[in-house]
Ligand binder design. Structure first.
Ligand code: GUN
Length: 296
């Protein structure tokens, strides 16, 4: 069997264009322009690329994008003062603080200072609780993107056996909550899980989010399973730099029913979901119904 490739790039492009449509309607019917503020502390080159891409896509979707670049040595007091200013600015509907932060800054403290209604990353402790209890949460972008791909490919997920490999706050834990919301039977596995191979082999849906290049080989995959590879790992192969996922794509593609490629799978969905979350936050701030299909 050869797996169907789940084209995240095409799915994300469709989603961005639906977001752009909603932005036009918000503008024409209500005179509102959604605004996203992105805060970057320090000069981590990978973070700079991510932030630039987020800003570009925000503008392309017709929203306003504000970027705040602060020096590495920024104090808690200065960063919290900026967040407070953004919290009370009615033109700003979404706030994202790019992670990782420099070591002297406490990410939990900073994230929990963001107004939960503007927390488009869904990392604030209130949003974590809202998601866990099935209330109107802002949902973390990468797992939301994975869920959209799964629903798009499989339709109803109820009753399916899902295994999430990875237990981070950004992907693994919220991914498990989302699959549970969709009535999957969910297992969270991680680096200390015993007999990971046999746990993966029972998955109808396997989500790999461990950050280890090609750690999951094809023979850990149940024939016909749907595989979502969240990993983005840079490796050197044959003297060249290459991006690979957490799944060994070449062996997995012969066994899975469907699989996301790296690049071009989950990656593009993260920004599409960030734009969707910003529109959702904007609608909620103005007492308007959040657009269907862009959130849970
Ligand atoms: N760094 C890596 N991924 C993310 C993300 O999804 N949100 C933020 N804020 N920082 C990140």
């Amino acid at each position: 069997m050869t797996a169907q490739i789940i084209d995240g790039k095409a799915f994300a492009a469709q989603m961005r264009s639906r977001v752009a449509g909603h932005v036009v309607r918000l503008n024409e019917e209500h005179g509102i322009t959604p605004g996203l503020a992105v805060v970057l502390v320090g000069d981590d080159p990978a973070s700079e690329v991510y932030v630039r891409n987020k800003g570009r896509h925000t503008i392309q979707a017709g929203m306003s994008s504000l970027e705040y670049k602060l020096p590495t040595e920024t104090s808690h007091a200065d960063l919290l003062a900026l967040i407070e200013r953004l919290n009370s600015d009615p033109e700003i509907h979404g706030i994202l603080v790019q992670l990782p932060l420099p070591e002297h800054l406490n990410a939990d403290l900073v994230i929990n200072a963001i107004d939960p209604a503007k927390d488009v990353d869904g990392f604030h402790i209130s949003n974590v609780g809202f998601l866990a209890t099935g209330q109107n949460a802002m949902v973390p972008c990468t797992p939301l993107g994975c869920l959209m791909l799964l629903r798009g490919h499989l339709g109803d997920l109820a009753g399916l056996e899902a295994v999430v490999v990875g237990r981070s706050n950004i992907v693994g834990k919220p991914m498990a909550q989302l699959l549970l919301c969709d009535s999957c039977t969910v297992t969270i596995a991680h680096s200390l899980t015993r007999d990971l191979a046999s746990i993966c082999r029972r998955a109808d849906i396997l989500v790999a989010a461990v950050g280890r290049p090609e750690m999951i080989p094809g023979d850990w995959i149940k024939p016909g399973a749907t595989v979502i590879d969240v990993g983005i790992n840079r490796i050197a192969r044959d003297g060249k730099q290459q991006l690979v996922g957490d799944v060994d794509f070449s062996s997995a593609a012969g066994i899975a029913g469907a699989i996301t490629p790296v690049p071009g799978g989950v990656g593009p969905m993260t920004i599409a979901c960030l734009l969707a979350n910003t529109v959702t936050a904007c609608c909620r701030a103005h007492g308007l119904p959040a657009p269907k299909g862009l959130t849970l």
